[in-house]
Design a protein around this ligand. Structure first.
Ligand code: DGT
Ligand code: CA
Length: 591
């Protein structure tokens, strides 16, 4: 926290505005910031220490600072040499300092945020940047989950755990959050409330019910025989840190996790209308109200009215039916054509958890996964899957323990043994091959031919132009050995923007060459984005909902991918891993 406070105290703008008032304290702050910024850039430590010393000596100064500046006597202070003297003069005379501004601009903005993680200083941040290219807190969190810090010089397992704990504390103040994180907390709230005897109906609403990839808050809707008592019970839940507002029909709280949660309590008869309204999205609601109006009706959270008279609906299904629509699943309520499709009875029969037969894109301890192949196989079997596709990293991904040719041989022997032991459960031999900057895959053809499937993935050189990156990926898609493209845009939700890539062109190329696109189910990625899934489906591109698991627990991420697949209008026929074992074998052999 120390660094963060220092860096937030002053900005250049403030200094300019207060030109006449550049005080000794302000100068000290800037010198201290420069020391930190220099460490962040990995500059010689002596340089950084010189600024720290200068700041400390200025602090101890008992003569009048302004007088020293006016008489040009600053360099008489110990530790203030010619270079620093010049900078202080520029600061005092102009209210700004070019050197400081340039230095600040040279650092990824995310590095300043990372200083807020307790236990993580500028030197470590620089080391993470140098060795792993980490620019933001989200990237750092992701790297910790992938165990990248365990073998990193100057870090280790304990440090990785401490950093993760520090990131958790920081999240307490965050605006939007990942779906997975909020969904867990919302479920806990529902579980705590469910036993309450005054509840007549209760449901999650808002973006969480719609399965959006990020969520602002938890919306809960209930009807109750004793609203006042339910409101009080909610406000007094163990999970609640503070109550923002408390009435008989609405309670707003902040949870200990930092997430805000609203409970709205409505009359039993109003529940279906309110549930539809507070599920949203706003855009869907607006379009629905428009449809109601066209039919001479009025729709709001209290009812569906013909003149003064309410059309009685006991469920959302009945509301949709009253408007001539089939039931629209919450995930589709984004005004992306769902109302027209519901009217035409052409809504998709959305994929469900039960449709998933097996999982691709799983890492083992052959590369950067934490668990053994045996352990993963046992868990996948226990979860009811019929097959898995193992894909450790390829050799260029040295930071992730990428497989050398002899490792592949060893892994394939192990897979053959396990396939004998666990039949009819089946393990496919795969690899997550880096797409090299020129679009080539990471092994020669003789090695690539040994795999049942190849997942091509961009893991380096993110900063290409859209044209170059699109060309690079398209080249990989055209490679006959490529089966599917991993995380097609490379985004990390809330922390790393997608790389520049023309995703529509990628979808078209995948369609043309019969390649599969991954819907990476890791809650930080959820990439392919659901908006693009709709497009891929239209083009006939198959999607693989892949957990990209680096540990056994990660297999469960698949359910987040399914939620997004549903938002992307996908049906079981659109997804590779809904095929049964024989059909997958045939598909992978023939494609
Ligand atoms: P979020 O919280 O940003 O992740 O997204 P939502 O969709 O949960 O938004 P929120 O919490 O502001 O409101 C919950 C639902 O309530 C929203 O999806 C639709 C409904 N709603 C809220 N405000 C309005 C409004 O001004 N107009 C309409 N038509 N619906 C609204
Ligand atoms: Ca919400």
């Amino acid at each position: 926290m120390r660094y963060a406070l220092e860096l937030s105290v002053i900005n250049h703008q403030q200094l300019i505005i207060c030109e006449k008032m550049v005080t000794k304290e302000a100068v000290i702050k800037i010198l201290e910031e420069i020391a930190i910024l220099l460490e962040l850039t990995g500059e010689n430590p002596f340089k950084s220490r010189a600024y720290q010393n200068a700041a400390r000596n200025l602090e101890k100064l008992d003569t009048d600072f302004n007088e020293l500046v006016q008489r040009d006597k600053l360099s008489e202070i110990e530790g203030i040499g010619e270079a620093i003297n010049k900078k202080i003069k520029e600061l005092v005379e102009t209210g700004g300092l070019n050197y400081y501004e340039t230095l600040k601009a040279s650092i990824p903005p995310g590095h300043l945020d990372m200083l807020k993680i307790s236990g993580l200083g500028p030197k470590k941040i620089h080391a993470l940047y140098e060795q792993l290219g980490i620019k933001t807190i989200g990237e750092l969190e992701y790297a910790c989950h992938e165990n990248r810090l365990v073998d990193l010089k100057g870090f280790g397992k304990k440090t990785q755990e401490n950093i993760l704990a520090g990131i958790e504390r920081l999240k307490l103040y965050q605006e939007r959050r990942l779906y997975a994180e909020v969904a867990d907390k919302a479920q806990e709230l529902l579980d705590s409330l469910k036993g309450h005897k005054d509840i007549l109906a209760i449901s999650i609403a808002g973006s969480l019910r719609r399965g959006n990839e990020t969520v602002k808050d938890i919306d809960i809707l209930a009807s109750s025989s004793n609203p006042g008592k339910l409101a009080l019970a909610f406000a007094e839940l163990d999970q609640v840190a503070s109550v923002i507002a408390h009435g008989d029909t609405k309670v707003s709280v902040t949870l200990k996790s930092g997430i805000n949660a609203d409970l709205r309590i409505v009359d039993e008869n109003e529940f279906p209308y309110a549930l539809h309204h507070f599920t949203g999205s706003k855009e869907h609601n607006t379009a629905m109200r428009g449809r109601a109006k066209d039919m001479g009706l009025k729709m709001n959270e209290y009812g569906l009215f013909q003149g003064e008279k309410n059309i009685v609906c006991r469920s959302e299904e009945e509301i949709f039916a009253a408007l001539g629509l089939s039931f629209i699943p919450p995930e589709l309520r984004e005004n992306m054509g769902e109302i027209e499709a519901a009217a035409a009875r052409t809504l998709p029969d959305l994929i469900t958890e039960e449709d998933i037969q097996g999982l691709f894109h799983i890492h083992t301890n052959f590369s950067d996964g934490t668990d053994t192949l045996e352990g993963i196989v046992q868990t996948a079997k226990d979860l009811g899957f019929k097959y898995i596709g193992i894909s450790d990293h390829s050799r260029q991904a040295f930071y992730a323990g990428g497989l050398k040719v002899e490792d592949i041989q060893r892994q394939h022997e192990l897979i053959d043994n396990l396939n004998n032991k666990h039949a009819p459960f089946y393990i496919f031999k795969g690899i997550e091959s880096d797409i090299l900057p020129d679009g080539a895959l990471d092994y020669d053809e003789e090695v690539l031919a040994k795999f049942d499937f190849v997942i091509a993935a961009v893991h380096s050189n993110f900063n290409m132009s859209a044209e170059e990156m699109t060309g690079r990926i398209e080249k990989a898609l055209k490679n006959p050995f490529t089966t599917m493209l991993a995380h097609p845009t490379g985004r990390l939700l809330l922390s790393r923007e997608p790389y520049s890539v023309n995703i529509m062109e990628i979808i078209d190329t995948a369609a043309q060459f019969g390649k599969i696109l991954e819907l990476n189910a890791n809650p930080h990625r959820l990439d392919l984005d659901w908006r693009n899934c709709i497009h891929a489906k239209k083009k006939g591109v198959k999607i693989a909902i892949n957990p990209d698991a680096h540990h056994i627990e990660g297999l469960r991420h698949t359910s987040f991918g399914i939620k997004i697949a549903r938002k992307g209008w996908l049906e079981k026929g659109d997804c590779l891993n809904c095929l049964n074992l024989e059909d997958v074998k045939t598909y992978l052999r023939d494609n």
